[in-house]
Design a protein around this ligand. Structure first.
Ligand SMILES: Nc1ncnc2c1ncn2[C@@H]1O[C@H](COP(=O)(O)OP(=O)(O)OP(=O)(O)O)[C@@H](O)[C@H]1O
Ligand SMILES: [Mg+2]
Length: 381
């Protein structure tokens, strides 16, 4: 440990010498000043660990000097111990207010002085140590916070990029579905219709032949059945991929058709309320999201809910669209986060977020499930 340094300020040469010898005797480095002016000049170049200050000095008193020293930032933690013959408590209070750490009474008791000086030096060392630790830790924290901010910004950027990618993929998928649905409907549908016409012609042509009824009739019937089934399957695949109605007639008729079909197949009581005020300005993105949310929610009800009835509400204003699908089924059995290989709810949430909206799911075991999607009409930035 470095040798500790003490500045002694006293106008009495005998006191100065006595204190100096006492302090040097226990290996403190001592500097002496005979008055306040000397002390201030010494303090320009010296950084003592403790100052012993006489209260009564001519020209400038110890109290005034103490105030001047304490004004300087670098002496903020340097303990100043007053020495005085005056035991007046007012002076003590004044001294402590001026920034003194303690009072030593004259006549001196060397053991007491050394003990007090030792205690204050120890306190100062502890305080300095604590301040250094705090400063170091603060610096580390500042660095950590700066690093964390960079990581957070990176994460945010990755999240934004992922969302943009998901949005792009959804759009590409929707466009691809629309194209394949149209091709199945137009190309395959037309070929099947054509084959059906040809079959009808063939049936008429063959009806004049004697053998036709006995041998060909069952074959023609089977062919007719196969063609009809193929046409139905092609239509249903095309509709499932992308309902043509959504593009031709709009959201409301497409929803009504889909819900009616769902009710027919599942035999569930469906209460439907679609209030879009004949709005023609629901763009393709919003219409697709609403349709897909209803489609996925109804599929989930058929697959998982074991419900008796379903309520479907789609309400639109100039500013927003609200979709609510509620069933009275078994409710979600496990609400503890997403499951493996279950993407319906995630997809719905993603589609809603793509348009600046949100998905809320309310469900309790035995208490049914409610899916709510809120979409602003203008994308919120
Ligand atoms: N209406 C509902 N009633 C009861 N449980 C439901 C309902 N909707 C969803 N769930 C539960 O939530 C889970 C997640 O649904 P989600 O649509 O994400 O996936 P999935 O239907 O299992 O599979 P995917 O939609 O990917 O084909 C389901 O597996 C089911 O357990
Ligand atoms: Mg699902």
């Amino acid at each position: 440990m470095a040798q500790e340094e003490i500045l002694i300020v006293d106008d009495s040469s005998s006191s100065l010498m006595w204190l100096s010898e006492l302090m040097s005797g226990v290996n403190y480095k001592v500097t002496c000043a005979k008055n306040a002016q000397d002390a201030l000049s010494i303090l320009d170049n010296v950084n003592p660990d403790l100052i012993l200050l006489d209260v009564d000095m001519p020209e400038m008193s110890g109290l005034e000097l103490c105030v001047l020293i304490k004004k300087q930032e670098r002496f903020k933690n340097v303990p100043i111990l007053f020495q005085s013959v005056l035991a007046d408590s007012n002076i003590r209070i004044e001294g402590l207010t001026a920034g003194a750490a303690d009072f030593l009474s004259k006549p001196y008791n060397p053991d007491e002085i050394l003990l007090r000086v030792g205690v204050h030096l120890k306190l100062r060392a502890l305080q300095t140590n604590l301040e250094e630790t705090v400063a170091k830790r603060t610096e580390q924290l500042v660095t950590e916070i700066a690093e964390r901010k960079i990581i957070e910004a990176d994460l945010l950027q990755s999240k934004t990029q992922l969302r943009q990618l998901a949005e792009h993929l959804q759009n590409v998928r929707e466009e691809e579905r629309r194209r394949i649905a149209r091709e199945i409907h137009d190309e395959l549908g037309q070929m099947l219709s054509l084959a059906n016409i040809e079959l009808k012609t063939l049936t008429i042509l063959l009806s004049g032949l004697d053998c036709a009824n006995t041998q060909l009739s069952p074959v023609l019937q089977r062919l007719d059945y196969s063609l009809k089934k193929s046409a139905e399957t092609a239509r249903s695949i095309s509709e499932n991929l992308r309902p043509g109605m959504l593009d031709t007639l709009g959201l409301k008729p497409a929803l009504e058709f889909h819900i009616a079909n769902f009710a027919k197949i599942t035999k569930l009581a469906c209460h439907t309320e679609i209030r879009l005020d004949n709005r023609a300005d629901i763009d393709d993105h919003h219409a697709t999201v609403v349709f897909r949310v209803v489609q996925e929610s109804l599929t989930n009800i058929a697959k998982h809910a074991n419900a008796n009835s379903v309520s479907i509400r789609v309400i639109g204003s100039e500013e927003w669209l609200l979709v609510m699908i509620e069933d009275d089924g078994v409710g979600m059995q496990n609400s503890g986060g997403p499951r493996e290989n279950s993407f319906g709810l995630i997809g719905m949430a993603e589609r809603a977020e793509m348009l600046g909206g949100e998905l809320v799911v309310e469900s309790s075991t035995g208490g049914g499930t409610k899916i709510e999607v809120f979409l602003p009409m203008r994308r919120l930035e």
